[in-house]
Design a protein around this ligand. Structure first.
Ligand code: TRP
Ligand code: SF4
Length: 380
């Protein structure tokens, strides 16, 4: 997290390398509300919270109550939209967002939109167009389908292919914000970043247009590094009043899963990132070298216990590998109590991981074919 400018001396950089130590502080500084406060309302409506909700991985929201809960209560249509930048392979950080989309589709019955941010990948990351398109379909759409997102009930689109009303929104938005305001939100900007930010505003708002379904209530689940885009979008919604009537979107924020060395999980750090297409032997090799919360010697670990909070293997259990809360609790206690040592624990994690990867990769071949048949790739 960059400690300069912005609210209270903290600024989030959606294109940077974010490492957050203190999520409560982040919430306070940016006025993000705690997600746990809306869980009872979901339960009242008869919905079990998702794994990420009950484990506090979804730690914050804006207007989830006003937009989503209220929409469900009144029986009004609600959409969920998020985006992926096709600049690298699909990894366990992306799976965290995927699992949320699947929950919203299956459990809450929301309409799902997925933006493939090829415009952003080209402008900001300099990914060649052909490559962004291939990654968008074969990595993002295919993995999302293989994980369980229903292709018949999901709208996948490339930013550069989305059509006139969507592009009109970008122009309208550009006239409702000043350069100084954007710099206050993002810090130093380039034209590529300005265009990418305004394109993301159009991603977030366009499901509200009649041409795209007229969903007034839109939820945007993202990693907290994307919050600057949501703050910008909310301001622009207010200022477009009288030109186009739009509703401020709701958003939720998840904690960012760490890489296997405790740093950022990112496609640009393949040794510390597990991809859903990793050959199982390679995934195991990465996992066996992961940073744990273990002690220097076995004797010390038996005596003092390990520190799951500091362990990247525990992160994998928490976020992905142990959906059963009682199994998770057992690992937590055995670790804390010095009952298990890291070598044994990693072998158990590797078993779960390989089981998942093998099943997932079996589904992937077919999902790739489906992917090419349901998204229209941009023609240039
Ligand atoms: N900027 C996002 C990223 O870096 C991708 C993205 C594009 C997005 N459009 C979006 C995310 C709309 C949420 C909503 O991954
Ligand atoms: Fe991590 Fe397991 Fe070691 Fe505990 S015992 S620190 S959870 S690897």
């Amino acid at each position: 997290m960059e400690e300069q400018g912005g609210a209270g001396g903290v600024r989030l950089d959606p294109w940077g390398t974010l490492e957050v130590k203190d999520y409560d502080r982040l919430r306070r500084v940016f006025g993000i509300r705690s997600f746990s406060e809306v869980i009872p309302a979901l339960r009242e409506l008869g919905f079990e919270p998702s794994l990420h909700m009950r484990r506090g991985i979804l730690f914050g929201h804006r207007d989830f109550d006003r937009v989503v809960v209220e929409g469900l209560r009144r029986g009004e249509p609600v959409a969920v939209l998020t985006g992926f930048m096709p600049s690298g392979r699909f990894h366990f950080g992306h799976k965290l967002t995927a699992d949320q989309l699947i929950y919203y589709q299956r459990v809450l019955g929301l309409r799902v939109f997925v933006a493939l941010a090829d415009a952003e990948a080209f402008a900001v990351r300099r990914i060649p167009r052909r490559e962004a398109i291939r990654l968008g379909v074969e990595e993002y759409v295919a993995n999302l389908i293989a994980l369980g997102l229903d292709p018949d009930k999901t709208v996948f689109y490339f930013q550069t292919n989305r059509g006139a009303p969507y592009y009109r929104l970008i122009q309208l938005a550009s006239g409702r914000v000043t350069a100084a305001e954007m710099e206050a939100i993002y810090g130093d900007l380039t034209p590529a970043k300005v265009v990418s930010a305004l394109t993301q505003v159009a991603d977030i708002l366009h499901p509200q247009l009649d041409e795209y379904g007229g969903y007034k209530r839109v939820l945007v689940p993202v990693g907290v590094d994307q919050d600057p885009h949501l703050r910008l979008t909310r301001d622009i919604v207010d200022r477009l009043s009288g030109v186009v009537e739009l509703m401020r979107p709701a958003s939720t924020y998840h904690k960012l899963i760490r890489g296997l060395d405790g740093g950022k999980m990112s496609s640009s750090r393949p040794d510390y990132t597990i991809f859903l297409t990793d050959p199982p032997s390679e995934a195991r090799r990465k996992l066996m070298r992961a940073l744990t919360g273990g002690r220097a010697t076995a004797e010390e670990q038996r005596r003092l216990g390990g520190v799951p909070e500091a362990c990247t293997v525990y992160d994998l259990y928490l976020y992905h590998l142990l959906p059963d809360d009682s199994e998770l609790l057992r690992v937590y206690r055995d670790c804390r109590g010095g009952v298990i040592l890291c070598g044994e624990c990693k072998r158990f994690a590797a078993e779960r991981l390989l089981e998942f990867l093998e099943r997932h990769q079996e589904r992937l071949a077919e999902a790739r074919e489906t992917a090419w048949s349901i998204v229209e790739p941009p023609s240039f």
